[in-house]
Design a binder for this molecule. Structure first.
Ligand SMILES: NC(=O)c1ccc[n+]([C@@H]2O[C@H](COP(=O)([O-])OP(=O)(O)OC[C@H]3O[C@@H](n4cnc5c(N)ncnc54)[C@H](O)[C@@H]3O)[C@@H](O)[C@H]2O)c1
Ligand SMILES: O=P(O)(O)OC[C@H](O)CO
Length: 310
């Protein structure tokens, strides 16, 4: 299948699934947006699809996979995952879960600095689609690309996905930084130190270092850590104003994956002996063990060290 796909089924009618559906629709694809609440038969909308997009949050990935395994997919269907999270049960990324469940289907990851509300307004943005199967990546590239949405490809799906996943932890820290009005120097230091922390974890989990310096790593880190539109940033910002995590999540519009990702990341870092000082403080903050101001103090009073030694 070359050029623009004709039929796209999007599973997950949340903010991101809806935005992706609109982008494909504007490119003249037939788009089915499926929600678990719609009552529509999932089989009927996947059996004719050229591309099946998973735009559910990470907790929705295992049940979605289970449903599709029962239904079965036509041979050659391209699977596209747009989730940015870590499975709390297995600690795996969505790419791993989909690969294990559908090893013989072309699998593509989409991740980048993509705040859906900006894209919905028609503002220009760029993203990355990544796959070991180049033809599938190119098909997805043409499916979504427009003059408003520039789509790059690469062949490091794990690194691409992990950039988008790990930056959510940093976005919580960044929201704290802005909420406490720590200033531009502090913000710059935080984001600059966040990137090697993401690279350390991301490469230990199989991503390539260079990918984290691209759109799906540094690009998404900058977008999410600087925008009040980010739900993860909002979690940190509102914690710094004194709201409890429960209160914030109750009012939050949509999913802040970073809350779960932080908890899973701390387990991974413990198992693999990875140095993740920012994530450790975000975790303690989310657990209610320390205040936002104490988290900052803990980061600043660590032993002095060389800039590039670990
Ligand atoms: N909103 C954005 O700007 C944006 C951009 C890029 C990537 N993402 C990522 O896309 C994913 C979805 O984000 P969103 O903003 O659409 O979140 P959302 O909260 O608006 O929607 C979540 C979706 O997941 C589905 N879901 C949740 N639990 C489920 C379950 N148990 N079974 C089946 N479906 C389930 C919900 O029904 C809903 O359709 C997240 O991983 C997010 O990090 C979001
Ligand atoms: O609202 P957030 O924090 O989930 O961020 C959305 C996207 O991941 C930004 O690229």
């Amino acid at each position: 299948m070359n050029g623009k796909a004709k039929v796209v089924t999007i599973i997950g009618a949340g903010a991101w699934g809806t935005t992706l559906g609109n982008l494909a629709f504007q490119n003249r694809s037939s788009v089915y947006l499926w929600s678990r609440h719609s009552g529509e038969d999932l089989r009927s909308v996947v059996c004719t699809a050229d591309v099946v997009v998973s735009a559910v949050s990470i907790k929705g990935v295992p049940p979605t996979i289970e449903k599709l395994q029962k239904i079965g997919l036509p041979e050659g269907t391209i699977l596209l995952t747009a989730t940015k999270g870590l499975d709390p049960v297995t600690t795996k990324t969505a790419f791993h879960l989909w690969r294990e469940a559908f090893p013989n289907f072309p699998l593509v990851v989409l991740s980048g600095p993509n705040l859906s509300k900006e894209i919905d307004r028609g503002l220009p943005a760029a993203t990355v689609v990544s796959s070991y199967e180049k033809t599938a990546a190119e098909t997805v590239q043409f499916l979504f690309a427009s003059e408003k949405f520039r789509v790059y490809i690469n062949d490091d799906p794990l690194g691409t996905e992990l950039g988008g996943t790990l930056k959510n932890v940093m976005a919580i820290a960044s929201g704290v930084c802005d909420g406490l009005q720590l200033g531009t120097n502090a913000k710059s230091a935080l984001l600059t130190r966040a990137l090697p922390e993401m690279v350390r974890v991301g490469t230990a989990l199989g991503g390539r270092a260079e990918t984290f310096f691209g759109l799906s790593g540094l690009g998404d880190l900058l977008a999410t850590c600087n925008s009040p539109l980010s739900r993860n940033y909002q979690v940190g910002y509102q914690l710094s104003l004194g709201l409890s995590l429960a209160e914030i999540l109750e009012r939050l519009e949509g999913t802040a994956e970073g809350v779960n990702t932080t908890e899973v990341l701390i387990r991974i870092a413990g198992d693999k002996n990875l140095y993740v000082p920012i994530a450790v403080q975000v975790h303690r903050l989310l657990q209610g063990e320390i205040t936002p101001a104490e988290a900052v103090t803990e980061l600043m009073r660590r032993d002095l060290k060389s800039e590039f030694d670990r």
